[in-house]
Structures are given as structure tokens and as C-alpha cells.
Design a protein around this ligand. Structure first.
Ligand code: BQF
Length: 295
């Protein structure tokens, strides 16, 4: 039996429509227009594409947004001043510093400089800590999107064994902390497997829900998946493809062909987790503008 394909694009569109409606209500009741500031340093084509997509989503929501594009040789000091300006700007409710940053800039210094109430990426140490101890906070968009995708596609993680492959601060660790919470739409038993293990398939084969956040095309094959498992592919890898118009195509961390003969359900790339990331960014920005998180 071939796996069901989980349509992340459709579910993300539903969320965007909900955010759009709530934004109209916020405007009507309080006159507040959610505002999001993007900071993009350097010319990485993938980063440019991501910021462009997020900016278009803001337009669709009716948000106010600004994008500061800075050269790759921008100093840490300049970037800190810009962040402080957005921290004080009442039109701005969310500040997003597009990652990765150039190597001469200390990422932790920059992420800590963003006002945690405007930290719509959920990377500020205050939000990271609050997530770990189970307090309400702004949560990282991709992990929060994965939770929404599971719940809305009928795969509530409660009581399930979720195996995450990858331990990054952006996906692996926060998705574990979200799904671990003793809360509805969570309450899972969570294992993280990573490059320190000699054989990750020992772990992946135990998963009811397998989340691949590795950053290596096709790293998870059908042989590593339990029959009927739900497979969430977080990878966005560009691989050369001379037949494609732009010379590359996007593939996930999961070998879709072999995986979809074993899995019960699977997310595609593109059109799976990626669109959910954008939708949850819109939701976080609306929440920051509503001002109901940190009272
Ligand atoms: C889709 C990202 C790695 C490093 C930094 C839709 C996105 C991607 C794919 C997107 C990502 C990945 C983003 C699709 C934002 C997700 O249709 O499949 C949207 O824009 N993403 C980012 O901002 O920084 C990254 C991945």
C-alpha cells in the first residue's frame, strides 16, 4: 500500500486564511496592524528566496513589513544598532534575522539582541528556556509547523513514539521540546537520533512518527522506516538537475520513492513542511501584535 501524501501546502493555506481573518478582526477592534521586519545579510540565493516568500505572505495577510538588505561585510555592531531600532519601533511586532549569518557575525549575540516579545522565530534564549519549561512563548516556526501539520492531518502525536533525526537548535531540539509537553497535540515519547550514533536505523525503525531534519538528500530510505509510520521530511536540499529550468531541484532528507512504499503517510518536498514554516511565522507575528503572550 502506497503512503498517503500529507498536503502541507493545503494545510498552510488554511492557517493563512485563519490568520488573515484574525488580522482583519484585530485591525477592526484595536486599529493595530501587525508589522514584521526582515533583516537579510549577504546575497545567499536561498536566503533571498526565503525572505521574498515570507514578504509575499505578509502582503497577503495585510501586514506591514519592511526588509533591510545589508551587504555581506556588515559589522556585528551595525546589525545590533538596527535590531535595537526595530526593538523600539511601535509599528514593528516581529523581527526576523534571516539565517545563516556571515561567519564574522556571532549568531548568539544577534539572536539575544532581539526583544524576546518580537522574537517571531523563537530563537531568543528567553523563548528557548520558556519552551523547555512549558511556559507560553513564541515557538520556532518549523517545529510549531510540524506539530500543526501532524494534528491537522489526523496524526496526533499523543502517546506515540516520535523519533527525530537531527539535533539542531532550529528544528531537532525545539521539535522535541514541543512534542514532549504534557499538553494537547503533544504528549509524545521523543527520541533524538544524530550523527553520534553508529547506526541511526536502530532508532528510526522504532518510530511511529519519524521526523527527518538532517540536511542530507535521501538520507532516510524505506529500509529505515517502520511499516505504516508517519514520515515528516524537513529537508530542503538543492540538487543539480540539468533538465530543470533553474538548473536544480528541491529534494528532502527522505528518499521519497522507497519511503512511500513503507510509510503510512509522508510529507512531500516541496509542499510539505516548508509552507507550514511560513504559515506559522504569520501566526507568530499576529500573536506578537495581539500582545497576549507576555502580559
Ligand atoms: C516548499 C530554511 C534551511 C536553512 C534556512 C516553502 C520554504 C521552503 C520550502 C521556506 C527554510 C526552509 C526557510 C517550501 C523558510 C523553509 O514549498 O516546500 C517554503 O521558505 N522556508 C528559511 O527561512 O531558512 C532556512 C531551510
Amino acid at each position: 500500500m502506497a503512503a498517503t501524501i500529507i498536503d502541507g501546502k493545503k494545510i498552510a493555506d488554511d492557517i493563512r486564511q485563519e490568520v488573515r481573518r484574525e488580522t482583519d478582526e484585530l485591525k477592526a477592534s484595536s486599529g493595530i496592524l501587525p508589522g514584521l521586519a526582515f533583516i537579510l545579510v549577504g546575497e545567499d540565493p536561498a536566503s533571498q528566496a526565503y525572505v521574498r516568500m515570507k514578504g509575499k505572505a505578509c502582503e497577503e495577510m495585510g501586514f506591514y513589513s519592511v526588509t533591510e538588505k545589508l551587504p555581506a561585510d556588515t559589522t556585528e555592531e551595525f546589525l545590533l544598532r538596527l535590531i535595537r531600532r526595530f526593538n523600539m519601533d511601535p509599528r514593528i511586532h516581529g523581527i526576523l534575522v534571516q539565517l545563516p549569518l556571515p561567519k564574522h557575525i556571532r549568531e548568539d549575540q544577534i539572536l539575544s539582541a532581539v526583544d524576546y516579545r518580537k522574537d517571531v522565530d523563537g530563537f531568543h534564549p528567553v523563548n528557548v528556556g520558556r519552551l523547555v519549561v512549558g511556559q507560553d512563548c513564541l515557538k520556532p516556526c518549523t517545529p510549531a509547523g510540524i506539530q500543526e501539520l501532524l494534528v491537522r492531518s489526523g496524526h496526533d502525536p499523543s502517546g506515540k513514539h516520535v523519533v527525530v533525526v537531527g539535533r539542531s537548535n532550529i528544528v531537532g531540539k525545539p521539535v522535541m521540546n514541543i512534542l514532549l509537553q504534557k499538553q494537547k497535540g503533544a504528549n509524545a515519547v521523543v527520541t533524538i537520533a544524530h550523527t553520534g550514533a553508529p547506526d541511526i536505523s536502530i532508532f528510526t525503525r522504532q518510530a511511529d512518527i519519524l521526523i527527518a531534519a538532517i540536511g542530507k538528500p535521501g538520507a532516510i530510505t524505506g529500509a529505515m522506516i517502520r511499516t505504516g509510520a508517519v514520515v515528516i521530511d524537513v529537508g530542503i536540499n538543492r540538487v543539480d538537475d540539468p533538465t530543470a529550468k533553474n538548473g536544480y531541484r528541491l529534494v528532502g532528507d527522505v528518499d521519497f520513492v522507497s519511503a512511500s512504499t513503507v510509510a503510512g503517510a509522508i510529507t512531500p518536498v516541496p509542499g510539505g513542511v516548508g509552507p507550514m514554516t511560513i504559515a506559522l511565522l504569520m501566526k507568530n507575528t499576529l500573536r506578537a501584535a495581539q500582545g497576549t503572550i507576555y502580559l
